[in-house]
Design a protein around this ligand. Structure first.
Ligand code: NAD
Length: 307
């Protein structure tokens, strides 16, 4: 069994990005700039945003953090989105999810210009991606593809089971895996991955275990600790654990530890490759945000156009 070390692969991506940012600055160009909008004070969101800011700073990407109060009106957030769409100094921006209940996530995401949608979550980005047109891709699924690529794990002709059908992970993951490999952006190399036979499972799926046992690769994004058990995995399968669940544990400094959706101790011995939690998919997601911000910058500053 080989551990898929997302932390190490993400670090390599970050160090290449740092080199390219430094190179452009030495040539007299400006640094790429990402804006992050956060509404309210959800502790998990604050942690995610703090991690993203730290990662940007490490590679030399400028960040503008925009904090809006929980009580703001939907139209105020939409006005901020429009401001960021117009702001020429901002290459890409994200609105941290989830949003307070009185604000429609769909409306906010739809308002984001797809050329600045470095999280790849807007309907326009996803629609373009489905049709193989240049667009930013959802950060978590594209991070998973990069991780598979880094370990030379092919997907062509493989049966991949994706557990979860969310807009941010399950759906775009399934879509990317079943695509013929394509260029997502003008200056991005074609992904060697795709061409898989994909089964998507969800909370209403019957005989989940039997379906998983036929999989060469299982990607779990359900948000349910220890959902994937050893008897659901065939010998030699590749297992990607997207789940991030907090489990109370007084022996950890924060009073909890992070666990994934896979019963790791029991499943790992049966796998050819498996991701740990933490240190697997999580760091890759942030690396993709940085990479796509840098691509948005290149598209603008270096004149590569998304058509
Ligand atoms: P979500 O809650 O929007 O969707 C969960 C999906 O799992 C649903 O489609 C549901 O039908 C399915 N599901 C739930 N229980 C199931 C079960 N028992 N059997 C089969 N299917 C089941 O979740 P999401 O936003 O896609 O996130 C999933 C998990 O991944 C969460 O733990 C989240 O924290 C984590 N996540 C991690 C990253 C990362 O970078 N590592 C990024 C995004 C999400």
């Amino acid at each position: 069994m080989i551990l898929l070390d997302g932390k190490k692969v993400a670090q390599e991506i970050r160090s290449k990005l740092r080199d390219s940012v430094t190179f452009n600055i030495e040539k007299g160009l400006r640094a790429p700039k990402l804006a992050i909008v956060i509404v309210g004070h959800n502790p998990a969101s604050e942690t995610y945003v703090a991690n993203k800011i730290k990662a940007c700073q490490e590679v030399g990407i400028e960040v503008e953090k925009i904090v809006m109060e929980e009580s703001i009106k939907e139209r105020e957030l939409l006005a901020m989105v429009r401001r960021l769409n117009r702001d020429k100094s901002v290459d890409g921006f994200i609105v941290q999810l989830p949003l307070p209940e009185h604000i429609s996530e769909a409306k906010v995401l739809t308002a984001i210009d797809f050329r600045k949608d470095v999280d790849g979550l807007t309907p326009m980005s996803m629609g373009r991606a489905i049709q193989g047109l240049p667009a930013f891709r959802s950060a978590t699924p594209s991070g998973i593809l990069e991780l598979l690529q880094a370990y030379a794990i092919p997907t062509e002709g493989k049966h991949v089971v994706v557990i979860g059908r969310s807009n941010i992970v399950g759906k775009p993951m399934a879509m990317m895996l079943m695509q013929r490999p394509y260029l997502s952006l003008p200056n991005m190399s074609a992904s060697a991955l795709g061409d898989a036979t994909v089964t998507v499972c969800h909370s209403k799926t019957r005989r989940l275990g039997a379906i998983c046992r036929t999989a060469d690769i299982i990607i779990v994004a359900a948000g349910s600790p220890k959902l994937l058990k050893a008897n659901m995995v065939k010998e030699g399968a590749v297992v990607i654990d997207v789940g991030i669940n907090r489990m109370d544990d007084a022996s950890f400094p924060r009073g909890y530890r992070l666990v994934g959706d896979v019963d790791f101790e029991a499943v790992a011995p049966k796998c050819s490759y498996i991701t740990p939690v933490p240190g697997g998919v999580g760091p890759m997601t942030i690396a993709m945000l940085l990479k796509q911000t840098s691509l948005a910058y290149s598209a603008k500053v270096l004149g590569l156009k998304m058509k």
